[in-house]
Design a protein around this ligand. Structure first.
Ligand SMILES: CC(C)(COP(=O)(O)OP(=O)(O)OC[C@H]1O[C@@H](n2cnc3c(N)ncnc32)[C@H](O)[C@@H]1OP(=O)(O)O)[C@@H](O)C(=O)NCCC(=O)NCCS
Length: 207
């Protein structure tokens, strides 16, 4: 089975996104464990699973299982699981998931970066690359992002890329042992006829 637009490698300067590989396991485990305090306020987990420590949830064995599962989903066209590299070093992820085709043609984006590279426009650049790919070869019409109201950094990212705020999802995701509200943002293909990356870079140079 092949999925439109997958696999893909996309790059802009020092920022690159590409499919995660088995040999990323050590780097993924190291960066995720080191960033526990930075990432844990924003990441959900299933309340049905027994609580596990952050370290246990980020072992190389967990990475291998995640990779197996997401590769299968990617081949079926339901997810685009990109690793994010800065100067060749694994520094984050951008994942478009729950892709539904037909009359909806929509996916939901999630992302994170290593705190060491934060504040340099790495994630907006990577997300702009992925969005242009979604609206181009993948053929999506709509991409949604859901963000906790207090996550100012993530809200800035979607604002910079032109997402529209659409509403509030009450008690939407189970994060840090509570169901947390999320603000819903969306971007449509026709919102960005010139391309997301092009608009972002023009804004950066202009601003
Ligand atoms: C949200 C996130 C991906 C943004 O990535 P990024 O590459 O730092 O994005 P930007 O460089 O555009 O910075 C976004 C905002 O972060 C804030 N910021 C800037 N420098 C920062 C730093 N050194 N440390 C923390 N936040 C910083 C600023 O508010 C900035 O907005 P501004 O450019 O208007 O000043 C990143 O903060 C992150 O991984 N956070 C933890 C996980 C998370 O929240 N994921 C998203 C869940 S919805």
């Amino acid at each position: 089975m092949t999925a439109p637009g997958w696999p893909a490698r996309l790059a802009c300067g020092a920022v690159e996104v590409r499919p995660l590989r088995a040999r990323d396991a050590g780097a993924w485990s190291e960066v995720r464990i080191r960033n526990q305090a930075w990432l844990s306020p924003w990441e959900g987990r299933s309340p049905a699973l027994p609580p596990a420590s952050w370290r246990d949830r980020h072992s190389t064995a967990v990475f291998a299982a995640m990779l197996r599962a997401t590769r299968k989903e990617a081949r079926a066209g339901r997810v685009l699981p990109f690793g994010l590299l800065v100067d060749g070093r694994l520094s984050g992820q951008v994942t478009v998931s729950s892709i539904v085709r037909g009359a909806f043609d929509c996916g939901y984006v999630g992302y994170w970066v290593d705190e060491r590279v934060a504040g340099r426009g790495v994630l907006p650049t990577a997300l702009a690359l992925v969005l242009d790919h979604c609206f181009g070869p993948v053929g999506l019409h709509r991409v949604e992002a859901n963000v906790r109201p207090e996550n100012t950094a993530s809200r800035r990212v979607v604002e910079k890329l032109g997402f529209r705020e659409e509403g509030l999802h009450t008690r939407y995701l189970f994060i840090d042992e509570q169901w947390r509200d999320h603000v819903s943002f969306a971007l449509l293909r026709e919102d960005v006829p010139e391309g997301v990356l092009r608009g972002y870079l023009a804004e950066r140079l202009g601003g």
